[in-house]
Design a protein around this ligand. Structure first.
Ligand SMILES: [Zn+2]
Length: 508
């Protein structure tokens, strides 16, 4: 039986001796420390990944919480369980300097559920090391005493990238600094979440209840994947999301197209007219006020254009001839709210096709949001637009009277999902992080203003009212949420380097 909980972080024998003045650490010192400890750091990650961590199961949460608790205690942090109505959170804190400020780190400990049958290894919680040989991922027997772990070896396990690898990068960095007797430049608080993949349902309330405990200068989020270039990445925000379902009603039941064609109107044509009113042929949303409040300054555009991207190769990879014209390039496009039809249904197709006039059309929408365009507002704009297109809005299936009175009948249902958030890039947190990372990576750091996807972090960030940036560590081709999730060992190593650089950077 496998040893489920290994409470000890393995320590390395340190041969080099560095002084304890962290601000004097040079890039080479940091790289040397990380290299010398890398096998140890990898062994510890390997142990951590063996703990199943589906946030739906209290026992798994408890095992992971116990592991994290023992690890932070071994690093001489004070730890405390934060009780909520649902799953607990774990908080750890260490005061290194009486009169200095604190940084709060957010660690996601849980992972997505697994479908074992879809993985190329027996158990997603029994990590496997693999290298790419002739286009195939091939298992390597990894010798834990082997000193040269090639950067391109990957560790395959659930949560390797999302997000135990990033969490372990911070823990390994703290461990290395402790062993070298190097003191971080500020005090450290850590919040550990065991239900991020479930939308962190109890996190915002817990933050409000423990505001003083969590108070800090800034929040650093150890979650999220690097930019496609796989260069060190900082991300300052995420879009929010709102979804909607539009149903357009025709006759009470589907009708025979021979008997009623040319007589009973087909709702698909009404749907087509409505759909084509949503966007013009350049892909720009025509719902009045949809983009109101969103403005990119020349400086924003300059920062966005510094991201190493090539639209031609992007278009070729996506298989599209040309992009929509909401903005000038891909990064700028992510700064605007989007309007997407994610599903469309009427009648049948393929082998099931039949000669009917469908009775209804269902249009499924998702709208990504930015801070200037809240979900409630976007839904109201959509509702007004549909009415202006001549539709009569009903709450559910139309009544006989409504059918008799209105030729264009529609219902609209919606759900407000996660909120957007954004920290300014030209800010002291941005300068602080860039200064730290440039020290070890030179001018290769990618600063991303907003990621396209959504994260359940906004209420948490709002409650604390502090700037938040995520430090991105994993390789972009990491299969997160899917079978065969993996982390490139070169990325893990750079993750630890990043954390040491940030921990030893003076706060502004
Ligand atoms: Zn995730």
């Amino acid at each position: 039986m496998k040893n489920l909980i290994n409470f000890l972080l393995i320590s390395a024998c340190i041969s080099s001796s560095l002084n304890s003045f962290s601000q004097k650490l040079k890039s080479d010192d940091i790289r040397l420390m990380v290299d010398e400890n890398f096998i140890t750091s990898t062994t510890n990650l390997h142990h951590f990944l063996r703990l199943p961590n589906d946030g739906n199961f209290p026992e798994q949460i408890e095992n992971n919480k116990a592991w994290c608790d023992s690890v932070f205690k071994s690093l001489k942090f004070k730890t405390q369980t934060l009780i909520t109505e649902g799953a607990p959170l774990l908080f750890a804190e260490k005061t290194f300097h009486k009169n200095r400020k604190s940084i709060l780190f957010y660690l996601q400990i849980d992972g997505q559920p697994v479908d074992r049958s879809e993985w190329s290894q027996n158990d997603p919680f029994e990590p496997v090391f693999k290298t790419l040989k002739n286009g195939e991922w091939t298992t390597e027997e990894f010798d834990f005493y082997h000193k040269n772990m090639p950067n391109d070896v990957r560790i395959f396990a659930r949560s390797a990238s999302d997000s135990k690898g990033p969490a372990m990068s911070l823990i390994s960095a703290l461990k290395i600094l402790e062993e070298q007797q190097i003191t971080p430049e500020y005090n450290i608080k850590v919040i550990m979440d065991f239900q991020e993949e479930l939308g962190s349902p109890d996190l915002p309330k817990a933050v409000l209840k423990n505001k003083n405990l969590l108070q800090s200068e800034m929040l650093l989020i150890m979650d999220g994947t690097r930019h496609l270039s796989n260069l060190p990445t900082l991300t300052y925000g995420a879009r929010g999301i709102t979804t909607a379902t539009i149903t357009i009603f025709g006759s009470t039941d589907a009708l025979h197209s021979g008997q009623y064609g040319n007589y009973a109107p087909n709702p698909v044509f009404k749907a087509a007219q409505l759909i084509s009113s949503f966007k013009n042929d350049k892909g720009i949303v025509q719902i009045s006020g949809f983009y109101d409040g969103v403005h990119l300054s020349e400086r924003d555009k300059e920062l966005l254009s510094s991201i190493p991207e090539n639209m031609d190769s992007l278009n070729s990879r996506l298989g599209i001839a040309t992009s929509e014209k909401v903005a000038e390039n891909y990064q700028e496009a992510l700064q605007f709210p989007s309007f997407n039809i994610r599903g469309l249904k009427a009648g049948w197709t393929g082998k099931e096709v039949r000669t009917l006039i469908p009775e209804e059309v269902i249009i499924e929408i998702d709208m990504r949001l930015v801070p200037e365009t809240p979900g409630e507002r976007q839904i109201e704009l959509l509702r007004t637009h549909i009415k202006e297109e001549g539709f009569h809005m009903v709450d559910s299936i139309p009544t006989k009277e409504e059918r008799a009175t209105y030729p264009k009948l529609v219902s609209l249902n919606w759900r407000i999902g996660s909120k957007p958030f954004r920290t300014e890039m030209d800010s002291s947190i941005g300068e602080f992080l860039n200064s730290a990372l440039t020290k070890v990576f030179g001018n290769t750091v990618v600063n991303m203003r907003t990621t396209g996807g959504s994260q359940p972090m906004a209420p948490f960030i709002e409650a604390l009212d502090i700037p938040a940036v995520s430090i991105r560590i994993p390789n972009p081709d990491n299969n997160i949420h899917a079978p065969n999730e993996n982390l490139r060992m070169g990325n893990y190593k750079e993750g630890i380097i990043s954390c040491i650089a940030v921990l030893t950077e003076k706060l502004p």
